[in-house]
Design a protein around this ligand. Sequence first.
Ligand SMILES: CC(C)(COP(=O)(O)OP(=O)(O)OC[C@H]1O[C@@H](n2cnc3c(N)ncnc32)[C@H](O)[C@@H]1OP(=O)(O)O)[C@@H](O)C(=O)NCCC(=O)NCCS
Length: 218
Amino acid sequence: MAATWGGPLLLVGASGLAREVIPLAAEAGRPVLGVLDDQHADLPPDIGGVPVLGPVASAAAYPEADLLLCVGPSASRAAVHARLGPGSRYATVVDPSVRNPAGCPVGAGSVLLAGVAITADARLGAHVIAMPGVTVTHDCVVADFATLAAGVSLGGGVHVGRAAYLGMNAAVRPGVRIGAGAVVGMGSVVLGDVPDGETWAGVPARVLAPRPPVGSPR
Ligand SMILES: CC(C)(COP(=O)(O)OP(=O)(O)OC[C@H]1O[C@@H](n2cnc3c(N)ncnc32)[C@H](O)[C@@H]1OP(=O)(O)O)[C@@H](O)C(=O)NCCC(=O)NCCS
């Protein structure tokens, strides 16, 4: 499947994800105008060969561009989206190696990296990030702004809530619901529902004491 963005790209967030998207864009022959980040003054002048242009608020100066939110933490990505407002146009980036033979819908602004597999009757919302090797099996629903880190495996009928964050190689039992804004630690095996906003980790996964959202300064 080809990458599915139309015009030049503007990346929001000078993250590792942004650096992962830049070579995909080059491979697909799509220009990347630059990267926007509110920390631009502390960043090098270019990232991955692409110029750092200024703060997020300067997105309006590039009306010809399709935006891509490359902010890693789910909640932060949703917050930046809210700041940019409803008028923005978003690219959807799908690595050519992604398997989605049933044509399951993938929302605008989502990024599917190498080797993601989506089987049948699944739905991925907007601004979802699926890192390399994620498996989304039949009847799964992945809501807007969710993040599935590398190697996450979702059993059939799993529901991942809005802006939830699943760490690397987490495995989720069929039919389980991961709540909105919940975090699942890397390597966890999730056997039961995870309530909204909670952090669970381990094998089997158990709730951790309340903590700041992934990506917050500690
Ligand atoms: C779950 C997670 C968010 C917790 O991070 P944190 O709030 O900084 O927690 P800490 O590292 O302080 O650990 C708190 C406790 O949870 C345990 N813990 C943390 N992550 C764990 C995990 N994945 N599995 C099992 N236990 C875990 C720690 O051992 C510690 O236990 P203790 O209190 O008995 O010592 C984090 O460890 C994690 O897994 N993040 C996902 C990373 C990832 O996959 N990123 C992908 C993008 S590169």
